[in-house]
Design a protein around this ligand. Sequence first.
Ligand code: NAP
Length: 537
Amino acid sequence: MTAHVDVIVIGAGFSGLYALHRLRELGFRTQVLEKADNVGGTWLFNRYPGARCDIESIEYSYSFSEEIQQEWVWTETMPAQPEIEAYLNFVADRLDLRRDIAFGAEVVSMVFDEDAAVWGVETAAGPSFVARYVVAASGILSVPLEPTIDGLDSFAGTSLFTSRWPEEDVDLTDRRVGVIGTGSTGVQLIPVVAREAGHLTVFQRSPAYTLPWHVRPFEPGELEDLKSNYGEIRELQRAHPVGAARLSAFSVLLDMLAMPPLKTASREEQLRAIDENGVMGALSWGDIFFDIEANQMAAELYGEAVARIVEDPATAAALKPTHPFGCKRPIIDQGYYETFNRDDVALVDLREDPIVAVTPAGIRTGQRHHELDVIIYATGFDAMTGALTRIDVRGRDAMSLADFWGTRGPYSYLGIAVSGFPNLFIIQAPGSPSAATNFVAAMEQHVEWIGDCLAHLRAHDHRTIEALPDAQREWMEHATALVARTVLVHPTCNSWYNGGNVPGKKRMYMGYTAGIPEYRRRCDEIAEAGYTGFKLG
Ligand code: NAP
């Protein structure tokens, strides 16, 4: 049986839930298709020990509803995964969203019917849908990057993946655990696992830059005070380039830009910086995002700061990063480097001693065999494009979105629409601010802009909207020019930001770095001018 609706929304994470609410309010018959059995998106699957957001809870939350922001009670400054999952469930119930969400409904194909100007959407379980519009709220970090290591399936112990961590408790007591991956996920997970496991071996390919951060419960009355001032907090957040005006992993980067240059700093000034601020002091210089030599000097200083924390000189040296700071997403941690001072934690530097294979009893590197009971993979995501390229999306002339992005590169217009794919809106596509900002703030702007756009199309009896190729090209040139002078495009930078973490993926920086307010201004200008750069049919 095929159901007919106005809009299909793919995904019931942060963006899908708000899209459903907004579009329903505007009077569109909207159906959400969610492959999981509950709401939450990436915050449902990534339930590994230590999972936590690195933006403050009062900013990493919906701003569109005064009732929700007043009613929900956050317990900590930066929320842990269980609290975010509970929050999204609360929102789904509070707004009565579940009645329009089909769970266990994984979208496998979407074909645009040019004559009828509708999308035909098929799910793995069978039910199909026809809709004038599709809003892909399928997430920027929702598709795990499966490691391709020889013998991976031969391991006789327990294999765990942070991106699909089991719901039931995992007992690591007295077990020999190996962790592969030292990005944001690994850096959060490693101190927690170290406290629980009998022995932990960290298999590190690229050492991380990570800044220590104090996360704490709210003091009695503190959250109430913040809530009484929510209007102002949201206003400041809205005006802030990264969509988070309070201290966050992103705002720290912006603060660094305002610091004096490292290249002209004396040795005394450099040492004072790490005396006073540790690893943060090593990186707090204004020139390191634009000058690769300054960046390399900062890496050296960073290594010195790490060596002051990590007692074993060989381990400290192995933890010193070699890629430019800033070219990967910033990471914050709770006790990462201190973890390596434990007797029951060992570091394997895969740059010196690469993994050869997973064996039934552990991991074999070039130099030895590491016996393990549990292997945890924290190996990242096929970000930004991965969710949609795993669906067979066919636009005009049966053009495949996966082929287009795979050969041309991850192009879009405004990070929201792709030429050749009419009536498809993508929440935070490549070319949108998402990667370098508070995702929730960036996403809210997208949902609102899309809602207004659909209302406009309905009011003016349009059946289709499609990005024009020239507008798309100009947008990507503009987005690319913004980062051209920065270390973000340095050739040694392999990050999910540019697809460099996925073997064979077309490499291109996928964010929009002029900040959310400037991005919003441009989007609004385009809408007010009658959706310039789009063809309305
Ligand atoms: P990631 O940053 O891409 O890190 C993946 C790690 O796995 C890297 O250290 C990578 O090494 C390593 N790796 C991948 N394949 C490997 C292999 N075959 N052998 C050895 N090592 C391998 O992924 P992530 O840590 O999951 O984080 C992704 C993003 O999710 C973050 O940047 C952030 O946006 C988000 N996130 C946020 C939070 C938070 O809010 N605090 C927490 C977790 C995640 P290379 O670097 O050498 O490729």
